[in-house]
Design a protein around this ligand. Structure first.
Ligand code: 6PG
Length: 257
């Protein structure tokens, strides 16, 4: 029985969304450290999360995160070296990690320069079996998230936490957290911005309500964690209603607050 709480938070502009997402990360970090002494976060690649990383690095916010107790993981990585412009680690390093007091031993990157299966094996060891406290996710226009692409082999993997993947989005060869890892997380936050995502966002949110979703982004439904979709008005164009929606499982009905 899935018991996670699902929220859709909608913002007029992307800048407001980024501000709210930054606040969400800060509060999750503070709560995790207070409760468990550490905060294990997995970062997403893509353009939408990058703005969030820059915001978290800004002088007025960075002091609010207990960096000394943060472990940074990654939801996925492209098969490129860390200094390649397509590296998710490289993007996060430039936008955030190089600007905050985070020890190198607490940054756990996926080694994109290795063969994907070897990189997956080594990253799984690094990750361990403890649940992630927060996973940040983007959503592609085809409904992919992390590097879980529609209909790809391994999409239903729940035992292995990290898998190699090949997808249509360049660069194609990747390593990604599996659905098993995503759905074991204590919280997952999707960041979706722009009219180009409107059609798929409506499809994915509709699939969240059904027993057997086919779109990877709709398959992310943490067993006992919190699922929050941060969306801007442009992406939410095709959604009914204008406000904030909340669904409390197990009924899984979207209800207007
Ligand atoms: C990647 C990502 C991927 C991304 C989405 C959304 O490495 O490509 O992790 O899942 O988050 O494609 O990307 P945008 O925010 O750039 O649209």
């Amino acid at each position: 029985m899935r018991s996670a709480r699902v929220e859709l938070r909608r913002f007029a502009a992307a800048t407001e969304l980024v501000e709210a997402a930054a606040r969400f990360v800060i509060e999750a970090a503070q709560a995790s450290v207070a409760e468990r002494g550490s905060f294990r976060i997995a970062l997403a690649g893509g353009s939408t999360p990058e703005a969030l990383y820059r915001r978290l690095a800004a002088s007025d916010l960075q002091g609010q995160v207990p960096w000394e107790a943060v472990d940074v993981f990654f939801g996925d990585e492209r098969s490129v070296p860390p200094d390649d412009p397509h590296s998710n680690y490289g993007m996060a390093a430039r936008a955030l990690l190089e600007h905050v007091p985070l020890g190198a031993s607490r940054i756990h990157r996926i080694e994109g320069e290795l063969a994907p299966r070897e990189a997956a094996r080594r990253y799984a060891e690094r990750l361990g079996r403890a649940p992630l406290d927060l996973v940040l996710c983007g959503m592609g226009e085809d409904g992919h998230t992390a590097s879980l692409f529609p209909a790809m082999p391994g999409l239903d993997e729940t035992r292995r936490l990290v898998i190699a993947a090949v997808g249509p989005k360049p660069p194609p060869s990747r390593v990604t957290l599996s659905l098993g890892a995503l759905n074991a997380a204590r919280a997952v936050a999707f960041l979706v911005v722009g009219a180009g995502k409107a059609t798929m966002l409506a499809r994915v949110l509709a699939e969240l309500e059904i027993e057997r979703p086919t779109l990877p982004a709709a398959m992310v439904r943490p067993e006992s964690g919190v699922l929050v979709w941060f969306v801007d008005d442009a992406a939410a164009l095709l959604l009914a209603g204008a406000g904030e929606f909340v669904t409390a499982r197990p009924t899984r009905r979207l209800v207007k607050r």
